[in-house]
Design a binder for this molecule. Sequence first.
Ligand SMILES: [Zn+2]
Ligand SMILES: [Zn+2]
Length: 345
Amino acid sequence: MFCVECGIEGEIYKDGVCIKCYLKNKKFSKGPEILDLPVCVHCQGYKYKNTWTNDLLDDILRRIIKNNFEISKELQKVDINIDFNETPRGLECTVYISGLIQEKEINEEHDLLIRLRKTVCEVCSRQFGGYHEAIIQVRTEKRKFSKEELINIKATVETIIENMQRKGNRTLFIADIAEEHGGLDFYISNKNAAFTISKMLLDKYGGFIKQSSTNTGMKDSKQIYKMTYLVRIPPYKKGDYIQIDDNYYQIKYLQANKIKLINLLTWEENSTDLKNLEKARIFSGQDLIREMIVVSQTKSELQLMDEKTYELHIVKKPEEIQYAAKKIQVIKIDDLLFVSPKSHN
Ligand SMILES: [Zn+2]
Ligand SMILES: [Zn+2]
């Protein structure tokens, strides 16, 4: 066969011409010279096909080009590469499209200007407008949180939110934090996340959640409810001492509504739930702890001397063990003395 263009005898590729003539005047890709890309001035997110994303610019550019360029189906093993420079006009890109036609490599180049349209994404516009779907109220009972506890709770919530944002929850943010009634109110953009955060607070501090909702009107013919999650943290924490009836305990473990206690007199451990502790008296703080010198001991008792006052005390051993240490820690509650479970090895 002869090529109808160049007359050379050989294999005809298509439309009566040889591959060389076919490729001569043919382009396998085409695209626009200018495109617009909305970018959020607050979070630097980009809007691609009506969706805001914080994906890498490289990935977004690749998607934009795939979506806006026409690439012939004849081209096999297509590869797209982009170089770009940020200039005051926008992103000046060179788009390289390559592929194969019958083992012959095709390389095409296009200039493309992507104009960055500065705007505010819906997440940021909500955030700066104080938008929130839920409030997490963190409170305790019978007392106010200390400054330290407030800082700790705030840091815990902020860390949880940062982790959730990092995992891709773009609609999540704290709209506001307020100190209320000795506790904290967190205004959260997303209901489901607010509930998850509340449960995580329970795992860390113990307590329970009370949930309520308020109707805040209609939107798109649907009722809109704002959720409130009241996280009630118990007035005591791990390591504190409590009195129930005539018994004294130390709190060994506390999670959600489960609590593990150690009896200060016998060192027996038992588990219970928060409800049983409602009437408990609470003792906490370092000033309950005394260092005492072991003067002598019998099978069941220790004779101890207070380091500061030189007073002598007889304290019952929780377990019949021989103490080797010269000094031990004692807990003083209501003029009663207990060997600290910490001296238990
Ligand atoms: Zn030819
Ligand atoms: Zn934004």
